[in-house]
Design a protein around this ligand. Structure first.
Ligand code: UDP
Length: 345
């Protein structure tokens, strides 16, 4: 299969590219490097089945050509990270809404199946834990920048599902929940790479708010294994799936765990949300996915423990090429896709 990955120089996209190549697929990457980096796929460049274009998905002519040459489109190009969203709302909205619209239009012209990456942010302030795919989305007001990300991604989902219902374009949508692992940068506010970097330098670990808010962190290799299974499953077409871990940890405890894995003497400092983001910033207290739907569809559940994931991030920042994921979670190549995550049924 020849797969076009938009956002393939990004954190998740580059791991996906690596895993697809490892199983013999051809991979074409389209990325404008707005948040991604060539470093993320430098090691793939020598592979004859790998090609890449440093361009935006807004380049319609190029997009049309690449869509034409591909068998499947994995649309991961998006503005991500709470900090980026709060600081650059225009970019967030335009990239997410226009980019997805152009990808769907191009795919429709050639009737090529598309995967659309969405986010757990769309559940917004909902307290109906665990979040189910058909649950209500509870967003905040438009005067708060953070919600533009959720609204833009929700619109992407509506549009993708409309293409399926109205035009029979095969689409699959997945909502990622706090995906973590090597290559994720803390530059756009993501908590775990920030904590690891701070702990390694001996700087204070910055917990926003009181640290009681919790998340479920899912290892990127587990997420990639789910994506590959999903796009192979005809029953997944026209559906929305949560992809994430169900193991909940408070951000305060996460800071302690990072300290422990690093044997770091860093202090933990609490920073008010207003200072960390913007005046009146609203955070979610809990965010847990229901993974019943995806488990039933492809027999998937994440298998990589959080401490092994943190170790892999530490090793990445130390510049060690081999990720510290234990062998049973690794593909034989250089990959970081846990084999055991593929199918559990
Ligand atoms: N957070 C934190 N310190 C940081 C970065 C983030 O305490 O340096 C908190 C953030 O306020 C949120 C959680 O960690 O409660 C997860 O943040 P992230 O941006 O990684 O993902 P989110 O779940 O908000 O999309």
């Amino acid at each position: 299969m020849r797969v076009l990955i938009t956002g393939g120089a990004g954190f998740i996209g580059s791991h996906l590219a690596e895993a697809l190549l490892a199983r013999g697929d051809e991979v074409m990457v389209l990325d404008d490097l707005s948040t991604g980096s060539v470093e993320n796929f430098r090691h793939l460049k020598a592979n004859p089945k790998f090609s890449y274009w440093i361009e935006s998905v807004m380049n319609r002519a190029l997009l049309a050509e690449l869509v034409d040459e591909s068998d499947f489109i994995m649309h991961l190009a998006a503005a991500v990270g709470v900090r980026l969203i709060v600081e650059s709302p225009v970019r967030t909205i335009e990239t997410n809404v226009k980019g997805t619209e152009l990808v769907l239009q191009a795919a429709q012209k050639k009737k090529k199946p598309v995967f659309i990456a969405s986010t757990s942010e769309v559940y917004g302030k909902s307290t109906a834990i665990p979040f189910q795919e058909d649950a209500d989305l509870v967003l905040g007001p438009t005067i708060r920048g953070r919600w533009s990300y959720a609204a833009s991604k929700a619109l992407d989902e509506f549009l993708a599902l409309a293409y399926w219902r109205e035009k029979k374009l095969p689409v699959i949508v997945a909502r990622f929940f706090n995906t973590v692992g090597p290559r994720q940068t803390g530059r756009y506010g993501m908590v775990l790479p920030n904590f690891v970097r701070q702990g390694m330098k001996g700087d204070p670990i910055t917990v926003y708010g009181n640290g009681k808010q919790s998340r479920c962190f899912c290892y990127v290799g587990d997420v990639v294994a789910a994506l590959i299974k999903l796009v192979e499953k005809p029953e997944a077409i026209g559906q929305v799936f949560n992809i994430g871990s169900t193991e909940e940890i408070s951000i305060g405890d996460l800071a302690l765990l990072v300290k422990q894995r690093l044997k770091s003497n860093s202090q933990i400092s609490h920073i008010p949300y207003d200072q960390a983001y913007e005046e009146g910033f609203e955070d979610m207290m809990r965010r847990i996915p229901s993974i019943e739907k995806i488990s039933k569809c492809i027999g998937w559940k994440p298998v990589t423990p959080l401490d092994a994931t943190i170790d892999s991030i530490i090793n990445f920042f130390k510049g060690k090429d081999q990720m510290a994921i234990p062998d049973q979670y690794r593909l034989p190549a250089r990959g970081v896709v846990p084999i055991s995550a593929e199918v559990i049924s």
